[in-house]
Design a protein around this ligand. Structure first.
Ligand code: DCT
Ligand code: MG
Length: 510
């Protein structure tokens, strides 16, 4: 950042100094009562600090002379988060865990705007080092009281779609996928956790120093990061992208209904292309795979937001025709703000209906679409939900709700701003849609579970188990210590039960 011109610079003349501890503003002058600032003198200097304090007070900010419990924002210049932290420790000052550490650039922007501006990653001083991860922190690792650290759990991080580290996360996702194809669960988890933590960083990693103290980055991961920093690419990723098995599995699993088992079989049989598989008459395909091949082009071209919105209208119309009080919520990636997805997910629940009515809705809805010629594929799975069953211990277990996996015919005229495909003559597009029906009492848990991301869900469950002695799944939360199920009417209540700060859906893109 350019040196600030606000404070007097250049050779110092002897003149009346600004007071070292400027007078505090009277309460009438304070316009922004939610913020209590403290400006750190270290590396800033006395006069510049005094100048900035004065200026901020004139603009209506509350600025404290001393650091106290009431301070909410510490502003520093030429200090890293760790520097500030160290200083706080030396002062032996008890500060609240909500304390924001900010670079002076934030304050300068506030001064320019005449009001508090949003704090973004470029303003926030990041303190590196994960203290919250270990259940029994060793004495020298005792968390300093003041500062937020990066947690090893995705459910304690805010991960928006604004990924500053694509170059690294893309690499780790490819390596993770390769492990998935090779059923190497351990390495899969390692790579996914690394990708996930990097997605949450408010800054781009440009040197190895930036990785210090960030959790989930073991030696192997750091080697890859270093290679990418130095060469712009990873030789391991390059090798995977050229690997026969990886390329074939990637291609085969792109077909709806084809998983690892089928891919393995086709790969061993020597198949390498979809056209060879499609036209081979010795192979037997499931109904799902037949549909997968039939609508392949539509299904691999992702679902856009406009298409998802059109499906939303279609689903709401159909469900409410049978259950007028139903809540229909779009979940999955679109609820997290994604612009594209591989499918559109919905959660349906109704406060007033009987179990029988509830059970009938998906049947009625899919029959209606069948009659209208909109149902291209339907796999309806009945509920195996039991009310008093303990939550599943497996982090990736499928839930027990009634659900259907569909391919719907979406007519282009239902989609706003959909011109491109119409020109090519086809008037519709095949879209993958998942509908999940859940009992009203479970709706908050089901919504949390079906909003994802998968990594976020995995870490929520891991956190519940390891940090809270609780069991969480898409149906319920069970407290093992108290031996009770914890009820919740909203996602906020679930986070509160878990002792977690609430994370908004668009911050769950872990
Ligand atoms: N989910 C779950 N259990 C499963 C599968 C999914 O709890 N067995 C949750 C996690 C994410 C959410 O449901 C939606 O799943 P997907 O549609 O697979 O993921 P997405 O985040 O919506 O991504 P995409 O944009 O690719 O659809
Ligand atoms: Mg989805």
């Amino acid at each position: 950042m350019e040196p600030l011109q606000l404070a007097p610079t250049g050779p110092r003349k002897k003149r009346t100094r600004l007071t070292d501890t400027p007078t505090a503003s009277t309460s009438e002058d304070i316009k922004f009562r939610d913020l209590v600032l403290f400006i750190l003198e270290k590396k800033m200097g006395t006069s510049r600090r005094a100048f900035l304090m004065e200026l901020a007070r004139r603009k209506g900010f509350r600025v404290e002379n001393e650091l106290s419990d009431s301070v909410t924002h510490i502003v520093a210049e030429n200090n890293s988060g760790s520097d500030v932290l160290e200083w706080l420790q030396v002062q032996k000052i008890k500060a609240s865990s909500q304390l924001e550490l900010l670079d002076v650039s934030w304050l300068i922007e506030c001064m320019g705007a005449g009001k508090p501006v949003e704090m973004t990653g470029k303003h926030q001083l990041v303190v590196k080092g994960d203290y919250s991860a270990s259940p029994n922190p060793s004495p020298q690792k005792t968390p300093p009281p003041a500062v937020k650290k990066i947690s090893q759990y995705a459910c304690q991080r805010r991960t928006t779609l604004n990924n500053n580290n694509h170059i690294f996360t893309d690499a780790f996702e490819i390596l993770a996928e390769n492990c998935e194809f090779r059923e190497n669960e351990g390495s899969y988890v390692t790579f996914m956790r690394a990708a996930s933590v990097l997605k949450s960083l408010p800054f781009t990693i440009i040197s190895m120093k930036d990785t210090e103290g960030i959790p989930c980055l073991g030696d192997k991961i750091k080697c890859i990061i270093e290679e990418i920093i130095e060469d712009g690419e990873s030789s391991e990723v390059k090798a995977v992208l050229n690997d026969e098995r990886y390329k074939s599995f990637k291609l085969f699993t792109s077909v709806f209904g084809v998983g690892l088992k089928t891919s393995e079989k086709w790969f061993r049989m020597g198949f390498r292309t979809l056209s060879k598989i499609r036209t081979d008459n010795t192979l037997k395909f499931t109904q799902m795979q037949k549909a997968g091949f039939l609508y392949y082009e539509d299904l691999v071209s992702c679902v856009t937001r406009a298409e998802a919105d059109a499906v939303n209208v279609l689903v709401k119309e159909a469900v409410r025709a049978f259950l007028p009080d139903a809540f229909v919520t779009m979940t999955g990636g679109f609820r997290r703000g994604k612009k594209v997805g591989h499918d559109v997910d919905f959660l349906i629940t109704s406060p007033g209906s009987t179990e029988e009515e509830e059970q009938q809705v998906l049947h009625k809805v899919t029959k209606l679409w069948e009659k209208e010629g909109l149902l291209l594929y339907c796999d309806l799975i009945e509920s195996t939900f039991e009310k008093f069953k303990l939550p599943s211990r497996k982090v990736d277990a499928l839930d027990h709700f009634q659900k259907c996996f569909l391919i719907l015919k979406l007519n282009h005229q239902r989609v706003d701003s959909c011109k491109s495909n119409q020109l090519q003559g086809k008037t519709w597009k095949a879209i993958r849609v998942d509908l999940v029906m859940c009992p009203y009492e479970c709706r908050a848990y089901a919504l949390l579970g079906w909003t994802g991301s998968r990594q976020f869900e995995r870490d929520l469950r891991r956190y519940a188990t390891h940090e809270r002695k609780m069991m969480l799944d898409n149906h319920a939360l069970y407290d093992k210590t108290k031996r009770i199920f914890l009820e919740a009417d909203s996602e906020e209540e679930i986070f509160a039960h878990l002792g977690l700060e609430y994370i908004e859906p668009w911050e769950r893109n872990a």
